[in-house]
Design a protein around this ligand. Structure first.
Ligand SMILES: O=C(O)CCC(=O)C(=O)O
Ligand SMILES: [Fe+2]
Length: 305
């Protein structure tokens, strides 16, 4: 049995930036997860993204495979990804589609005549969520008692390596007797993730990742809000002050859609322990690392290639 969590709610439009920064600090220290409201991404757009998502995943598998993942963009079939790299199960029961930085022209787009407005909907979504995420990151800098443009100054937000991941969890899979999750236990790799779901339950978090037995708590979705979580590179920057919390998606038993937006630092940004987060008695736990080197290793483990 698991209990539903009451996550903190952060209002991105609040004029009292210092008080919001304090609430973010508390949320990131205690949970690594919070709801973000008044973020500027309209419900109408969220609805369109889910409609377009469903249109793509309803295509025949042969059509979807034409967009097979290259350069970390495009389609990944059911069971092809395993987020829990320690598990022996065959893979996660989800299919996904990745859209990366719009400027480098590496994205794979369905044709306009096949899926009208698909590309423009996703491009609009990408820009709007990145803008909300960038505002949030300046508050995170304040929450860490840094200048609000700290992450710009270290180059993280100059062409951030951000990705949309459209996710579809089919509901009607035959049970194979294996422990197969929608998304197996993992933490996200980057700075922050902004997630929306279609409201079907399934997401759970485990706040104490090294404690046994693990305690899993349900994260209900909140209509119109993003569920935001801290990723591993932010955890490295903050020397584990901000936690990158373990999470998973249970096999829902009914169809479920969600859309993640993963903000990673610019590929060449060096992620190293913040001075304010270490001391003689609490030295850095991780060596400095180039963002892309870190990401590539994590992605390699997830796909086994
Ligand atoms: O679908 C969800 O609710 C969460 C997905 C997730 O954790 C991820 O894609 O990293
Ligand atoms: Fe995740």
């Amino acid at each position: 049995m698991s209990e539903a969590l009451h996550l903190p709610i952060i209002d991105l439009s609040s004029p009292d930036r210092l008080s919001i920064a304090n609430s973010i600090r508390q949320a990131c220290v205690e949970h690594g997860f919070f709801y973000l409201v008044n973020h500027g991404v309209e419900e109408e757009l969220l609805k369109k993204v889910f409609e377009q998502c469903s249109k793509f995943f309803s295509l025949p598998i042969a059509e979807k495979m034409k967009f097979s993942r290259k350069n970390h963009r495009g389609y990944t079939a059911l069971y092809a990804e395993k987020l829990d790299t320690s598990s022996s199960a065959k893979g996660d029961s989800k299919e996904s589609f990745y859209i990366g930085p719009l400027a480098d022209h590496l994205n794979q787009w369905p044709l306009e005549e096949d899926l009208p407005s698909w590309r423009s909907t996703m491009e609009t979504y990408y820009k709007k969520v990145l803008s909300a995420g960038t505002k949030l990151i300046s508050l995170i800098a304040l929450a860490l008692k840094l200048d609000e443009d700290f992450f710009e100054k270290v180059g993280a937000l100059n062409e951030p390596f951000a990705f949309i991941r459209l996710l579809h969890y089919p509901g009607d899979l035959e049970s194979s007797g294996e422990d197969i999750y929608g998304a197996s236990a993992h933490s996200d790799y980057g700075m922050i993730t902004l997630l929306v779901t279609d409201g079907v339950p399934g997401l759970q978090v485990c706040r104490e990742k090294s404690k046994q037995p693990q305690i899993w708590e349900d994260v209900p979705s909140m209509s119109g809000a993003f569920i935001v979580n801290i990723g591993d590179m932010m955890e490295r920057w903050t020397n584990c002050l901000f936690r990158s919390t373990l999470h998973r998606v249970l096999p829902p038993g009914q169809e479920r859609y969600s859309v993640g937006f993963f903000i990673n630092p610019n590929k060449d940004c060096l992620v190293e322990c913040l001075e304010s987060c270490c001391s003689e008695s609490s030295p850095p736990r991780f060596p400095p690392i180039r963002s892309l080197d870190y990401l590539e290793e994590r992605v390699r483990l997830t796909y086994g290639s």
